[in-house]
Ligand binder design. Structure first.
Ligand code: ZN
Length: 326
């Protein structure tokens, strides 16, 4: 898809670029976003504009040598720092080798750009090393730090950067945008896919991919059967360790929907396409729903943050424990 297929990104892009056109751009930008709202596309276009050597107003020219190098993922004055595979954080070594290279002269004679993806993953030492450079940057050097809006960043980083938030469309606008791409789904399904992803349109689009949406449907159907018998163990037969993170997210949202239904706050329900299931869960006592929610939420955190554990053991444990929750 083209950048112009994402109307909200165009609006966000214009705001980011305006200070550049006006010659008052800050050399360090901190961009917060909701995951799956087009953050990578927006940032890449902005970087391309910073590196372009024949800028045409707000847009990169797309044809100069710089633009071509960037498209080929081979621009010598562009450095991307992200978490190494199998690592939990961005280490100080990564920042040190970056700093060494940005004090060299720009190879294409234009700007130099550094993008730190998921900036909150920098260790404190890495962040402090970076901050020194951000405070006294080499000439024509731009830093872009990006991360999810829920992330925790050091206050010192906030204070050294100009902050921006990638704003997303209203729910109705996103539903219309998705409807054009996935006309086979009902409005309730489209709204559900968005609400499960904090309204981020691209994350919703991914969830609506046939296989994944089918997985969610099957999971919900399994819950409809097992909840009356309190037989969570039945899920152990079909569970896939990688899929389980999705299941936990979906189940927690169904549990919180059931609480909303009990409190007659039905209009805030996320799983609009699963009303019978939400009603079924809402027959439980509130305390039981809250305990189940806590159990599954804690497991979600353990599975996401602890590495090298036996995932299957944790999954089997939460299924067995769910049957004991009263
Ligand atoms: Zn260009």
């Amino acid at each position: 898809m083209l950048f112009t297929d994402f109307p909200w990104l165009i609006a966000n892009y214009k705001q980011l670029v305006l200070p550049l056109i006006q010659g008052r751009a800050h050399h360090a930008l901190l961009l917060h976003y909701i995951q799956g709202s087009g953050e990578d596309m927006l940032i890449k276009r902005f970087i391309k504009r910073l590196l372009c050597q024949q800028v045409d107003g707000q847009d990169p020219c797309e044809i100069c040598h710089s633009c071509q190098l960037f498209d080929a993922d081979n621009h010598p004055d562009y450095h991307l720092i992200s978490r190494d595979k199998n690592k939990q954080s961005i280490a100080i070594d990564q920042i040190r080798s970056l700093i060494a290279s940005i004090y060299e002269k720009s190879q294409q004679g234009g700007n130099k750009v550094i993008w730190i993806k998921q900036a909150s993953l920098m260790t404190e030492a890495a962040a402090n090393a970076l901050l020194k450079t951000v405070e006294e940057p080499p000439e024509n050097t731009y830093f872009i730090l990006s991360d999810d809006h829920n992330c925790r960043l050091l206050p010192t980083i906030h204070s050294r950067c100009s902050s921006a938030f990638l704003s997303i469309p209203l729910l109705d606008e996103s539903i219309a945008w998705l409807k054009e791409r996935e006309p086979q789904y009902s409005e309730n399904e489209l709204a559900t896919a968005l609400l499960l992803n904090e309204n981020a349109p691209l994350a919703a689009l991914q969830l609506l991919a046939v296989d994944r949406w089918q997985q969610r449907k099957q999971f919900c159907e399994a819950l409809l059967e097992l909840i009356p018998d309190n037989n969570y163990w039945a899920l152990a037969k079909t569970v896939d360790n990688e899929q389980f993170v999705d299941w936990m997210h979906w189940f927690c949202s169904l549990l919180s929907d059931a609480l909303k239904a009990k409190q007659r706050a039905g209009r805030f329900i996320i799983n609009r396409d699963q009303v019978p299931l939400v009603r079924l869960i809402a027959r439980m006592e509130s305390q039981q729903i809250i305990r189940l929610y806590d159990l599954w939420r804690q497991t979600e955190e353990r599975l996401l943050t602890v590495s090298g554990v036996n995932k299957e053991l944790i999954i089997h444990n939460v299924l067995a424990q769910s049957e004991l929750v009263k």
